[in-house]
Design a protein around this ligand. Structure first.
Ligand SMILES: [Zn+2]
Length: 155
């Protein structure tokens, strides 16, 4: 009977995480307009070079090397009094920056934790890890195909 109890508790915890993610999503949707980055004036090539040099050409979010397109990420948001000055920016990969800005800080932290856990499950080759690997690979292939089509349409 102990097993049944344990599985009920696990069910409750799953439901709790599920519900919590939904609550966070709703909060994010409510705050979207208020939190949306305001349009900012363009940085000059010299300012962008100076920003990239600050981190030695690394993304300030993930620490990876930056090559190709990158975003100048506001260290202090406009809403928190951030001024438009090269001092207020750090370089970030487009993907890192977009993912971070699309989510509330608490959601982003959960995404990182879930991602780290999923990554280790994939590496272990566990059932859940292999299921994640399969679904994720399919999703990435679809996303890449969409991007290629968009690039062709854009020419
Ligand atoms: Zn990055």
């Amino acid at each position: 009977m102990k097993k049944v109890k344990l599985s009920r508790q696990e069910d409750a915890e799953e439901k709790e995480l599920h519900d919590h993610l939904i609550v966070l999503h709703r909060l994010r949707e409510q705050g979207k307009d208020a939190n949306r980055r305001s349009r900012r004036s363009r940085l000059t090539a010299e300012e962008r070079d100076a920003i990239l040099r600050k981190t030695g050409g690394k993304c300030h979010i993930c620490g990876g090397d930056i090559s190709g397109r990158w975003h100048a990420d506001h260290v202090l948001a406009h809403s928190a009094g951030g001024m438009h000055a090269a001092d207020n920016y750090l370089p970030a990969h487009v993907t890192c920056n977009n993912y971070r800005w699309d989510y509330l800080p608490e959601e982003f932290e959960l995404i990182l934790k879930l991602g780290v856990w999923a990554r280790s499950e994939v590496e272990k080759g566990s059932d859940v890890g292999m299921a994640i690997a399969k679904k994720f690979s399919q999703k990435e292939l679809k996303r890449q195909a969409r991007r290629k089509n968009t690039a062709i349409d854009g020419i």
